[in-house]
Design a protein around this ligand. Structure first.
Ligand code: CA
Length: 227
């Protein structure tokens, strides 16, 4: 699975054009036609970036952006606002709502892709889709995991858990944060499920004596520490 990007646009032609442009550039496109639908999709998983149209029915793109900025899960997700207007006041308002960049419609696909790339680089997403740390290498395109040069089998949940932890080295996540990010908010899973999957992950790392990379943070949860 490639880098997921959420597209929120109510006009079908523009949404299709965006989806086409992004999938041709090997992004994984998640489409929503309203802010409400976008919020539902976000409960199932957090994309790497969101492209939000300013003019949406009901909840506007600006209001959606504000809401995403207030939510801990989506706080740091880069947002590009699509706007049909070129007025300074509107650009200013969209920046105030917490968006990282804006693109005026009709947009140039090349310019949009360049802006996406720049934002993903800033947000710490690996440019070549390879995440490497502490002897572990994750290929985010193929979902293959290599440890010290050896290909290992990792279950889908363990993979997502490992990817999340490796993307945020030395950050402690509590169990509910891990559940929201790895399983999604829409799924009800007991907190101790996290422990089961951490245990499985450590078992994968054990033959390489790397199980200590996933540390238990007492009273909190877990963290990935490559040191
Ligand atoms: Ca629109």
């Amino acid at each position: 699975m490639a880098t997921p990007i959420l597209v929120v646009e109510d006009e079908p032609e523009i949404r299709e054009l965006l989806a086409f442009t992004l999938s041709r550039a090997s992004y994984d496109v998640v489409e929503a036609e309203s802010s409400e639908q976008a919020l539902q999709l976000l409960d199932r998983g957090i994309p790497e970036l969101a492209i939000i149209d300013w003019m949406l029915p009901n909840m506007s793109g600006v209001d959606l952006a504000r809401r995403l900025r207030r939510d801990e899960l989506t706080q740091s997700m880069p947002i590009i606002m699509l706007t049909a207007r070129g007025e300074e006041a509107d650009k200013l308002r969209s920046f105030e709502s917490g968006v990282d960049d804006y693109v005026t419609k009709p947009f140039s696909p090349r310019e949009l892709l360049a802006r996406i790339k720049a934002l993903l680089r800033r947000s710490g997403a690996p440019a070549d889709n390879i995440l490497e740390s502490g002897g572990i290498r994750l290929d985010l395109n193929s979902h293959r995991v290599t440890i010290e040069g050896e290909l290992v089998h990792v279950g889908p949940t363990e993979y997502r858990l490992l990817e999340l932890l490796m993307r945020h080295p030395d950050r402690a996540f509590d169990r509910s944060q891990l559940l929201d990010r790895v399983w999604g908010r829409s799924v009800y899973v007991e907190e101790r499920t996290v422990d089961v999957h951490v245990l499985r992950l450590r078992k994968v790392l054990q033959p390489f004596k790397l199980q200590h990379l996933i540390q238990t943070v007492r009273g909190v949860g877990y963290r990935f520490s490559p040191q």
